[in-house]
Design a protein around this ligand. Structure first.
Ligand code: NAP
Length: 283
């Protein structure tokens, strides 16, 4: 029951109606008997500043931030934690003592998902894409001890820019490549392959995977950030190669779990988040 004491958290984005986050968070609040409610807020591009100021005035406790506001929101925050500062994007805001503090749990979510099947420490990682999600994943996986990273991207300049930033800020071993023969060679001794491009995402489910089964070995861990559909074109290739698949839904769940912890101080059970998503997909 919502009362005068109920704590409000939510998500701001444009669009937000597709978001699975309200389902996950509200299920966990209920399960843990926490007096919180999670609400989706549609915020247009020119209303972001008002939205953050308004959230502070309304005593909202926290927000998730999604497309297109993850970078822009930084201007309106009072401080950021180290990971968010490195990544240069925020997906979680905590309001405390009239301060808005930014965090980024996307990268942590991806690493936790991968670490269900393999540690990232000292591993060679090949990453497809160099956009927003790629930045979060790349910084976090290197912060968490990956040995080296190869970035393959359609627009080489975007890969170079990310490579330079990672080298400057973390002094890490980072290379770039195209999608051709060089990528094939890099995959031969790679430990982890991560797709951060939207290839295969609904409604484009028949798109061709950037990496085919022939280029995967059976010890490769293959993580697709795309989670709709659950079995993407890349994960189908992974299955053919008998490699180890990590679905994008895991990252979605873990990034949410980390945001929940930031706001409430408590880790929600993974299964509660997972079941909330399953129920939404098979009502
Ligand atoms: P973004 O910032 O727009 O970046 C997209 C990246 O994909 C860019 O590197 C782009 O290359 C590349 N790309 C796009 N279309 C391509 C194509 N047809 N062929 C080859 N490369 C292509 O997007 P984002 O925010 O990083 O999101 C990327 C994907 O991750 C989306 O599907 C999103 O749903 C998913 N995601 C999942 C989670 C999760 O929790 N599982 C979290 C965040 C994002 P260029 O540089 O050449 O443009």
């Amino acid at each position: 029951m919502i009362t005068g004491k109920t704590n409000v958290v939510g998500i701001i984005g444009n669009p937000v109606e597709h978001s699975l986050s309200p389902l996950m968070h509200n299920a966990a609040f209920k399960h843990l008997n926490l007096d919180y409610i999670y609400v989706p807020f549609l915020v247009s591009n020119n209303s972001l500043e008002d939205a953050i100021k308004g959230a502070k005035s309304l005593n909202i406790k926290g927000l998730n931030v999604t497309i297109p506001h993850k970078t822009e929101v930084i201007k309106y925050l009072d401080s950021m934690d180290k990971s968010a500062e490195f990544i240069g994007a925020v997906n979680t805001v905590k309001f405390e003592d009239d301060q808005a503090i930014g965090f980024n749990t996307d990268g942590i979510g991806a690493v936790k998902a991968i670490e269900e099947v393999s540690s990232v420490k000292d591993k060679k990682v090949v990453m497809l894409g160099a956009g927003g999600a790629a930045r979060a994943v790349a910084f976090q996986i290197l912060i968490d001890g990956a040995g080296s990273l190869v970035i393959a991207n359609r627009t080489p300049e975007n890969a170079f820019n990310l490579q330079n930033e990672l080298k400057d800020k973390l002094n890490s071993d980072v290379k770039t490549t195209d999608f051709g023969e060089k990528l094939e060679n890099e995959l031969k001794d790679a430990d982890i392959l991560i797709n951060t491009t939207p290839i295969g995402m609904y409604p484009n489910i028949d798109q061709e995977s950037l990496v085919k089964a022939e280029l995967m070995h059976s010890n490769l861990v293959v993580n697709d950030l795309v989670y709709n559909p659950l079995k993407t074109c890349l994960l189908k290739e992974c299955e053919k190669a008998n490699a180890q698949a990590v679905s994008g839904i895991k990252m979605l769940i873990y990034q949410g779990i980390e945001s929940f912890k930031i706001w409430t101080g408590v880790y929600p059970p993974f299964e509660i988040f997972e079941n909330a998503i399953k129920i939404s997909q098979n009502p």
